[in-house]
Design a protein around this ligand. Structure first.
Ligand SMILES: Cc1ncc(COP(=O)(O)O)c(C=O)c1O
Length: 482
């Protein structure tokens, strides 16, 4: 199939996407990555920025040397790039760097000024655990119910908001689901939350790489108060993420992590915390990560986020059309190719009568296709989508507690990124056809503890492809002065 995107994809902007990997039969094949909802490969621009910056890398913030000043400048420019990327006002908002979305949400859960009166969070049954468990650890939490096909039940949201209108402090909702790719109506939710005096945090880990995130001006009733992103899902896998929100929230209260960098003044008797964002960035920051993220942002903006969305919608539509040809494959969530532009390119499915664990294993070992299977850190959502009843849930729970995951419910998930092509989707479809026909060679044995299938005789030989000791150069003896 021919897509309208350049070269049927944007592969030339990426590094590592033509890498060959070994198969079970001893041959090698170009790896196809359909696990972008988990992590994405880097843009070349990101790699180049990191490599070039390496020669200037030095301590940030308090160093007086030229390299320190340049590094500090680059770090702060990266922060501004994030603020611009999500249309946050740099005069009123701050960007706090951390490891990832999980850390960002944990921070907000610990730093948000909940009061005795307002101490409840409304989240939903479709969240990644990272936008659920941190709230449960901090305050009371209620979960918005879902419709049968796994969308947010807006009527139930309205009921909960009404019921808890005096108590709700925050609505914490995902921008887009990492399981079904559904995009939530977060502006509508924001407006309603503000109406009862609550704020909203939108988990943009999935959304930001694929759609414009616009926090809107603070005087717009639909504005987003807080957002979170993860760079490794945004083509910049260098261990950074960001929490963006109003400076005033982070200008008071104790930081959740204390230490160097968080303070204005310290005496033996007194500590005066720094202003945001420093108060919330304890210790030496991930400067290289910040620069990588900024490079990814610039590159995404150069492509144009609408072009990203268009390309991925075409891929999704094509994949859904192809999957519909197999009566033995059930696509979960929305399977209508005509609605591909309204959701992300994240497609969960199951093959009748074959464990999701086994399908994923065969795709990887015999076809060089990387997908993910299981519950995708969204157990309640996956059980809902699979319509697992309470009795079954309890049975599986007990099996898992007994160290046996072999019957764990789950799905296979193929998730697309900007660089994927229709040829790759065709390869996936051919692989699924082969699996359905039983045309695979491995003798797969299921591990009880993990539920995963391992083919007998598999020897991954990782060191042949990547080995840290092999990269180490010996010092040139003639250059060493005695
Ligand atoms: C919707 C959503 N939220 C949060 C996370 C957590 O992101 P991270 O692992 O980068 O902290 C993920 C990761 O898959 C996600 O998909």
């Amino acid at each position: 199939m021919q897509l309208n995107s350049p070269q049927d994809g944007y592969g030339s902007l990426f590094t590592g996407i033509n890498t060959e990997i070994p198969l079970l039969n001893g041959r090698q094949r170009k790896y196809i990555n359909f696990d972008n909802a988990a992590s994405t490969p880097p843009f070349k621009a990101v790699k180049n920025a990191v490599v070039q910056f390496m020669d200037y890398y030095s301590s940030v913030h308090r160093g007086t040397g030229y390299k320190s000043q340049l590094s500090t400048h680059a770090y702060e420019v990266s922060r501004q790039a994030v603020l611009r990327f999500v249309s946050a006002d740099p005069n009123t908002h701050t960007c706090i760097f951390g490891k990832n979305t999980t850390e960002a949400i944990n921070k907000l859960a610990r730093r948000y000024p909940f009061t005795e009166q307002r101490n409840l969070v409304i989240t939903s049954g479709m969240e990644h655990h990272s936008n659920d468990l941190p709230w449960r650890a901090a305050v009371d939490v209620v979960h918005v119910k879902l419709t049968e096909d796994g969308r947010l039940d807006i009527n139930n949201f309205d009921e909960l908001l009404q019921h808890y209108s005096d108590r709700v402090a925050l609505v914490a909702i995902t921008g887009a689901s990492n399981v079904t790719g559904f995009i939530n109506p977060y502006y509508e939710l924001a407006e309603k939350a503000h109406h009862v005096g609550a704020k909203i945090v939108v988990d943009c880990a999935q959304l930001a790489p694929h759609r414009k995130v616009d926090m809107l001006p603070a005087d717009d009733p639909a504005h987003l108060d807080f957002i979170t992103i993860s760079a490794h899902k945004l083509y910049a896998p260098f261990g950074i993420g960001a929490l963006v929100g109003p400076q005033e929230i982070f200008a008071s209260g104790d930081p959740d992590l204390t230490g160097g960098g968080t303070v204005e003044i310290v005496t033996l008797d007194e500590v005066i915390w720094a202003s945001p964002p420093d108060r919330d960035e304890a210790g030496s920051p991930n400067t290289i990560g910040a620069i990588a993220l900024a490079a990814a942002i610039y590159q995404l903006e150069a492509v144009g986020i609408q072009a990203v969305a268009d390309h991925e919608a075409q891929l999704t539509s094509f994949a859904l059309e192809q999957l519909a040809m197999f009566p033995e494959i059930s696509v979960i969530g929305d399977f209508d190719p005509d609605r591909s532009a309204e959701r992300l390119g994240v497609i969960p499915f199951n093959l009748q009568g074959i464990s999701h664990f086994l399908v994923a294993a065969i795709l990887g070992h015999e076809f060089g296709i990387g997908v993910r299977s299981g519950c995708f850190c969204a157990h309640p959502y996956v059980l809902h989508l699979l319509k697992v009843d309470k009795e079954n849930e309890l049975e599986v729970r007990n099996q898992m507690m007994g160290g046996d995951r072999s019957n764990m419910p789950g799905m296979v998930r193929a998730s697309f990124g900007l660089y994927n092509s229709s040829d790759e989707i065709e390869a996936l479809i051919e692989a699924l056809r082969a699996i359905l026909l039983g045309n695979y060679q491995g003798n797969y044995v299921q591990e009880r503890a993990s539920g995963e299938f391992i083919p007998q005789g598999w020897n991954p030989e990782f060191d042949r492809f990547f080995s840290i000791p092999n990269l180490i150069e010996l010092p040139n003896q003639t250059n060493i002065k005695s």
